[in-house]
Design a protein around this ligand. Structure first.
Ligand code: SAM
Ligand code: SF4
Length: 471
């Protein structure tokens, strides 16, 4: 078994080890744990009434809020895309959608409480910048009337940006509206790859948006890349990485492309024989992690990298990192109010999702109803397991004493079966049992989904085909 230590990390987290034999052995399909229970456990029995009750109970806690808005419109179709989106060139669709969002926001503000500070706010898509400037302003002004928006330095107000959909004044408008973080979709800078996925985005265009964002003062700038796209090779992706490292974003998301044309219709436009082989994908991933660590980025976990001075890396070092539907986050204690088609909300006790069909969502809002179509109420056991999985996926360690203090349970007794099933992973040095602490080892970092799956009650029998492959 060949070990290749690709980098020593300067903080107390373990360095990263690539072990191909272990990667192959544990490469099961598995959830990404942006929630626990995961979205496949959401049930249609959890409807608007249950959601309203969850929101009322959240209100009683009075804690801070996170406000997510799904803006589904895109002017062009990227063939790989697995997001919930509506392809249209008609900009006049934006304002009616915004008006409905504000109606939905009014309903939810009444339930969740209008006086709770909104510490975190995110516009996701689709393409949020599809909205004309006036629609953006109208939406944020409406939110400001309905919720207590935060203007402090510590707020985390972010927006997903497609650089092809940025006009001269777009970033300045977003900055003025209170956004302080952005994430740019790049995927790949190679022209042949871009052409094959119908997303032609010259490198200079991305750089111009980045420069402008920095000039305005945006921080924690993230770039999204995807590996596994048509015509990518280890060599071509290495060139993309060099270009991206030169751009020097604070954070990088490097997602794996899963070709599932039966599930995502646009992917039928991608020919399977143009895709890199699984071995090439593995090589690309290995080289990518190597190169990014070498360039000074920290491997946060799953698909995410950040510069050591970025708030995400700092939160991980200080044990404050959390995970929600937007991925890793530094804001832990916020309940999530979610607005728009397909949006998912969260409280300490429940998850709930809006209808993913635009016409159905519109109809619900027009009738003055909540658009919740499914969700799940968490049991105490769900909450315990969510905590455990959260510790592992965010901090790569689990402290038995902390567990006992938080849940008044003995970890070894509560998880005796899980510990038995964890034993082979301990044997393979993916995880070390150090008495008080279970520590994810360098070879286990990449396989964190498989480790978390041990503590997932709903996956006890092993992997489910409903999830994309881990690697
Ligand atoms: C909603 S999009 C980002 C915002 C904007 N629409 C854009 O494309 O620039 C979020 C990210 O999801 C990722 N993504 C979309 N479809 C994917 C797929 N099939 N596999 C992996 N990543 C995907 C892309 O990296 C994309 O930037
Ligand atoms: S990747 Fe972004 S721009 Fe492309 S179709 Fe998907 S949501 Fe729209």
């Amino acid at each position: 078994m060949a070990f290749d230590t690709v980098a020593e990390r300067s903080n107390e987290l373990p360095s990263f080890i690539w072990d191909e034999a272990l990667i192959r052995r544990y490469d099961l399909s598995g959830p990404r744990y942006t929630s626990y229970p995961t979205a496949v456990e959401f049930s249609a029995e959890f409807g608007p009434e249950a959601m309203a009750e969850a929101a009322r109970r959240s209100r009683a806690t009075g804690g801070p809020l996170s406000l997510y808005t799904h803006l589904p419109f895109c002017a062009h179709l990227c063939y790989y895309c697995a997001c919930n989106k509506v392809i249209t060139k008609k900009r006049d669709k934006a304002m009616p959608y915004v008006e409905r969002l504000l109606r939905e926001a009014a309903l939810q503000a009444r339930l969740f409480g209008a006086d709770r500070p909104v510490q975190q706010l995110h516009w996701g898509g689709g393409t949020p910048t599809f909205l004309p400037r006036e629609a953006m302003r109208h939406l944020m002004a409406g939110y400001a009337e309905l919720f207590k928006l935060d203007s402090s330095e510590t707020r985390d107000y972010s927006v997903e940006i497609d650089p092809r959909e940025v006009a001269d004044d777009t970033l300045a408008t977003l900055w003025e509206l209170g956004f302080n973080r952005i994430s740019l979709g790049v995927q790949d800078v190679n022209p042949a790859v871009q052409k094959a996925v119908n997303r032609v985005q010259p490198r200079a265009m991305t750089e111009a948006v980045l420069d402008e964002a920095r000039r305005l003062g945006f921080r924690s700038i993230n770039l999204d890349l995807i590996y596994g796209l048509p015509y990518q090779t280890p060599e071509s992706f290495a060139e993309t990485l060099e270009a991206v490292i030169e751009m020097s974003p604070d954070r990088l998301s490097v997602f794996s492309y899963a070709h599932l044309p039966d599930r995502f219709y646009p992917q039928t436009r991608i020919q399977a024989d143009t895709l890199p082989s699984p071995q090439q994908k593995l090589t690309i991933l290995h080289n990518t992690i190597n190169r990014l660590l070498d360039a000074g980025y920290e491997y946060i976990g799953m698909d995410h990298f950040a510069k050591p001075d970025d708030s995400l890396a700092a939160a991980q070092r200080e044990g404050r990192l959390h995970r929600n539907f937007q991925g890793y986050t530094t804001h832990s204690d916020c309940d999530l109010v979610s607005l728009g088609v397909s949006a998912i909300g969260q409280t300490d006790e429940a998850y709930f999702q809006n209808n993913h069909d635009l016409a159905a969502w519109e109809a619900a809002i027009d009738e003055g109803r909540l658009a919740t179509i499914r969700g799940v109420a968490l049991t105490r056991d769900d909450r315990i397991r969510r905590w455990v999985i959260g510790q592992l996926i965010c901090q790569f360690r689990l402290d038995r004493k902390q567990f006992a203090a938080r849940w008044q349970e003995d970890f070894d007794r509560y998880f005796s079966d899980e510990l038995r099933r964890l034993a082979p992973m301990i044997q393979d040095d993916l995880v070390a049992d150090r008495g008080q602490v279970l520590q994810v080892q360098p070879a286990g970092r990449l396989l964190i989904r498989a480790i978390c799956q041990i503590f997932d009650l709903y996956r006890k029998e092993g992997a489910s085909q409903r999830f994309s492959r881990i690697i």
